[in-house]
Design a protein around this ligand. Structure first.
Ligand SMILES: [Mn+2]
Length: 329
């Protein structure tokens, strides 16, 4: 159970009729699953809701949006056509920057704002917040809200919420996983979520290009601080030559943490723009959210990210040095 008091959410739902739901750009399974989950709750109360994000779901998560109800601003819906709603409801982020093009829409509309989230990094969005940074996933909070409000989920929504929680917990192994997280997963299975099917849809759909890229990138893994830090990098040339896409680098950083004695890791990915996208990881008690903030990034204590200007070698040194400081500090 989280520390959230859900009573104010009940009043907000009862006292309003129309809702616009949004989450962060490059939505992950927790963003999408949480959006579908809160939409199901609102519809159970007879409310109208529209889901609009600044960017579209990545292709590997399109199965979470089977009826296309999650819209992309400027693509499936123009800003001018957005419904004039009573409430803007934001899930899985509390940062303006993370909302992408939706940030402007939400700011200008000046409607009642609600945030349901578990991230540490936070702006003051001027919202009523339902937030627990100890929660493993926003999907877990959504499930708890549904229980409080007496709403149940159909198989499609239960599956999306299972995917939300399973992915944000690294399939129930990150330290954020609590007994209550696993009980929530069990409840979602009882509603029809199939871990077997979802694992296949999420993790067993790799392209040969992705495997080729992984081989290349992992072969250059380096360590420092007696193996406590491990890192890899991917040049844009690697992506080109293996026919891989930037998303194919996801999860490679986790391979760095499989080295015996590793405490922290990062991957640097050279984007086509020349910028370098870093994904940062560590084990407790280290804190890569603080490290990411040095570079204007953010995220969780154990998993965060930041984007630096190129060139690649200089960015690598800057980030590595901060990691060394963190590990020696
Ligand atoms: Mn999340």
């Amino acid at each position: 159970m989280s520390s959230v008091n859900w009573a104010p959410l009940r009043s907000i739902i009862e006292n309003n009729q129309t809702f616009l739901i949004s989450s962060h750009v490059r939505p992950d399974a927790d963003a999408l699953g949480s959006e579908l989950g809160i939409a199901a709750i609102l519809r159970a109360f007879g409310k109208e809701c529209t889901i609009v994000n600044g960017t579209a779901p990545p292709s590997n998560l399109e199965f979470l949006n089977p009826d296309g109800s999650i819209l992309k601003l400027g693509d499936q819906i123009a800003a001018a056509d957005l419904p004039d709603v009573d409430v803007h409801l934001i899930v899985d982020t509390s940062a303006w920057q993370q909302l992408g093009a939706m940030a402007d829409v939400i700011q200008k509309a000046g409607k009642l704002r609600v945030v349901i989230d578990h991230h540490i990094s936070s702006d003051n969005l001027g919202a009523t917040e339902f937030k627990d940074v100890e929660s493993a996933a926003t999907g877990e909070l959504i499930f708890e809200a549904a229980e409080f409000l007496g709403v149940s989920f159909d198989k499609v929504t239960a599956s999306a919420l299972y995917a939300a929680i399973a992915t944000d917990t690294g399939w129930f192994r990150f330290p954020s996983t609590s007994p209550s997280t696993v009980r929530t997963a069990a409840a979602l299975m009882e509603l029809g979520a199939s871990p077997h099917e979802l694992f296949n849809l999420l993790y067993e759909q790799k392209s040969l290009a992705r495997i080729h890229l992984a081989g290349r990138v992992l072969s250059r893994m380096e360590t420092a601080c007696d193996g406590r830090l491990a890192w890899v990098f991917a040049k844009s040339q690697d992506l080109k030559e293996t026919n891989a896409v930037p998303a194919d680098t996801e999860s490679l950083v986790n391979e760095c943490l499989t080295i015996s004695g590793s405490e922290a890791a990062f991957i640097a990915v050279q984007l086509p723009s020349g910028q370098i996208k870093f994904s940062l990881r560590c084990r407790s008690p280290h804190n890569v959210a603080a490290l990411a903030e040095i570079f204007n990034g953010g995220g969780h204590k154990l998993a965060s990210g930041a984007t630096l200007p190129g060139p690649l070698d200089e960015a690598l040194v800057k980030v590595r040095d901060e990691f060394v400081k963190m590990l020696n500090g």
